[in-house]
Design a protein. Structure first.
Length: 659
């Protein structure tokens, strides 16, 4: 036992020199809702949404039909569902979003004659939209703008004869937004694919610089997620022409090479610091920029100034291979690319309703809260009643309880201040072309700063809404809209917050032990494959299963951590063990990538199998893991250290939560 302790001490000195002890996360504060995120301004989204929403309203004013122009601008919100998908995917997605927005407005107009039916359909429209977006893993505003289109439909005068024209205007606005969203294809057909791979290399650069800091664990997860996202994007890309075929093939090979670089960085993190790391990190930034700019003339000036370790040398040559791919795009022969497997819609639907899945509960919560909000608004005959469920839909886009709470605070504060801006605009009584131009400016600002803080966006969203209301119904005074807006926003936000607090609030934390346990078992299976000398497809499948499990586990932990403003003690204190599990998992992936063919005796291999089973069982049953001796792993000393660290972290968690 003494020898084993000496080996462990040596391991900690040699392998863990840059390993950081992860502290328990600090509790959240209400003022965090108003923090400004230091992220770049989204110029593409700001300009695209301003054009998509503003031009239809501008045409309406020029043609003498401002109300129809405003309806067409609702279809223009189709542009907000643009993300970093391929243009082939975008073409299909935006078309169906435009159709769905049209259908939502039409449904709202048809249901407006029956209040109980109208109230229920608020929940059906919102819940169904959230279900589909979560099911298909589509990023964007979710069900928010479908609820908006439905709400506008319910507020329109019931005139069946005018409904076809209104619906056509919304659809035409959506199709115009489709053209705006697809315009980039004419300039750069593989722009989204280029951007996805460039983002991977940028994240790799940050990961290398973060070795030895607490940010390293977060960036591990971010980089792995970006690589998987890029793989999905590239696997869905369509080939048009020989030149485009070569460009797409290069991006695919660069993304595969990024996986090698990622695992090399994990290896580097296990060694002592090398002075070339900052130089290599800067070189990765340059590669990212040159991928983004489609510049094949790459200058790779990273020189290893001192005798490097094996891990640094491997990282250097993996990066050099990526540079050579870019420099010899035409000369490098085309390679076979294994696309990411695509699951059918029915399989996704089946998986979504498996025991423990959260997607149905998220959609059901969204729908039920909208029904309650609409029932309260229409039951008490609020002015502009549809603003209440619309506010609930907006704040619940935060997803978790804390996200919803923050958005409720942001929306309420932003609305109150935004009312002053709106009152100032309406005081000048804007007429004619001033109205659509003002709307375009407001929409541009909203989407430009939306990502930094929702409250800032609401400052300009509120006057935009007031301007739309007075334009569609000029007979009503500005004071009517202002008073209704403040009251309805606050009530809707409160209902949304209460719904997130009372309905399936702990769904993520309740699943966390089982997913944690499953992740540990996946790690044990991959280690077993390494120790037993497995190779080929079986080992590849275990690597892929573990990587997916690590990403899923981290996402679930983040959601569980956001279930309370004060945070669950157990969830917060579990973080060091979560971080150690992630560290072990990515270390195993790096070790597997190195193709070490060393094997152990079957008895020793079984000892490790029992060890992982014990850890997994203790996590699942929420009890302290038992003391268990395992053989020394001379070929994987870092893996050995990670295993011991994980067991130690789990013991600390159980002791601190049971005291």
């Amino acid at each position: 036992m003494k020898n084993k302790d000496n080996m462990m001490n040596s391991t900690h000195k040699n392998m863990g020199r840059r390993r950081v002890k992860h502290s328990v996360p600090a509790g959240g504060k209400y003022r965090d809702a108003f923090k400004i995120k230091p992220i770049p301004l989204n110029w593409f989204r700001g300009i695209g949404s301003a054009v998509s929403v503003g031009v239809p309203s501008l045409i309406g004013f020029l043609s003498g039909n401002p109300s129809l122009g405003i309806l067409a601008s609702i279809g223009g919100f189709t542009f907000l569902y643009v993300s970093n998908e391929t243009y082939a995917q975008r073409a299909v997605r935006l078309f169906w979003v435009a159709v769905a927005l049209t259908a939502s407005l039409t449904l709202g107009a048809l249901c407006s004659v029956n209040v109980p039916l109208m109230v229920v359909m608020f929940g059906v429209v919102g819940g169904l939209a959230v279900l589909l977006f979560n099911l298909l893993q589509i990023t964007g505003p979710g069900g928010m703008f479908f609820v908006l289109a439905y709400s506008v439909g319910t507020s329109m005068p019931h005139d069946v004869s005018a409904l076809p024209l209104n619906a056509v205007c919304v659809l035409l606005g959506g199709l115009f937004a489709w053209c705006v969203g697809m315009f980039g294809y004419l300039i750069m057909p593989y722009g989204p694919e280029n951007k996805a791979v460039s983002a991977v290399y940028q994240s790799l650069s940050k990961l290398l610089s973060a070795i030895g800091t607490e940010r390293f664990t977060d960036l591990q997860h971010q980089t792995a997620s970006l690589m998987r996202q890029a793989d999905r994007t590239l696997s869905s890309a369509k080939v048009w022409g020989k030149r485009n075929n070569q460009s797409l093939d290069l991006l695919r090979r660069l993304n595969v090479q990024a996986s090698d670089i990622f695992l090399s960085i994990i290896d580097v993190s296990l060694d002592s610091k090398h002075q070339s790391e900052e130089l290599l990190s800067h070189a990765l930034q340059q590669i990212s920029k040159q991928i983004h700019d489609r510049n094949s003339e790459v200058n790779f000036n990273a020189l290893l100034e001192e005798e490097p370790s094996t891990s640094v040398r491997n990282l250097y040559f993996n990066m050099k291979s990526a540079v050579e791919m870019m420099a010899r795009e035409d000369a490098v022969p085309r390679q076979e690319y294994t696309a990411a497997s695509k699951e059918s819609f029915w399989l996704l639907l089946k998986n979504a309703f498996q025991p423990g899945a959260t997607v149905p509960y998220t959609a059901l919560r969204y729908g039920l809260v909208l029904i309650v909000a609409a029932a309260v608004a229409y039951g008490f005959h609020f002015d502009r009643s549809y603003w209440v469920p619309l506010s609930s839909a907006a704040v619940m886009a935060g997803g978790t309880y804390i996200g919803t709470l923050y958005r409720g605070l942001q929306r309420s504060a932003g609305t109150i201040i935004g009312i002053l801006i709106g009152a100032a605009v309406l005081w000048y009584e804007p007429l004619g072309l001033v109205v659509p131009i003002t709307l375009m400016i407001f929409q541009f600002i909203v989407e430009l700063i939306y990502g930094r803080n929702y409250a800032l966006a609401v400052l300009f969203l509120t006057p935009s809404t007031l301007l739309i209301g007075t334009t569609i119904q000029p007979a009503l005074t500005a004071g009517y809209f202002i008073s209704a807006r403040v009251i309805d926003i606050i009530i809707g936000s409160i209902i949304g917050i209460l719904g997130s607090m009372l309905l399936w609030r702990t769904s993520s934390s309740s699943r966390l032990p089982s997913v944690f346990s499953e992740t540990i078992m996946k790690e044990g299976q991959l280690l077993g494959a390494l120790l037993n000398g497995e190779s080929g497809q079986d080992r590849k499948e275990k690597e892929q299963e573990l990587q997916n499990a690590l990403i899923r586990f981290r996402l679930l932990y983040d959601n569980a951590f956001a279930e309370s403003i004060r945070h669950s003690e157990r969830t917060a204190r579990l973080w060091p063990a979560v971080a150690d599990c992630l560290h072990l998992g990515y270390g195993l992936l790096a070790a597997s990538h190195n193709k070490n063919e060393n094997t152990l005796l079957s008895e020793e291999s079984k000892a490790f199998e029992r060890y992982f089973e014990m850890l997994a069982q203790s996590v699942k049953e929420k009890k302290e893991p038992s003391e268990m001796n395992i053989p020394w792993l001379s070929m994987f000393p870092a893996i050995y250290e990670d295993m011991i660290e994980l067991q130690h972290s789990l013991r600390i968690v159980e002791r601190t939560t049971t005291v």
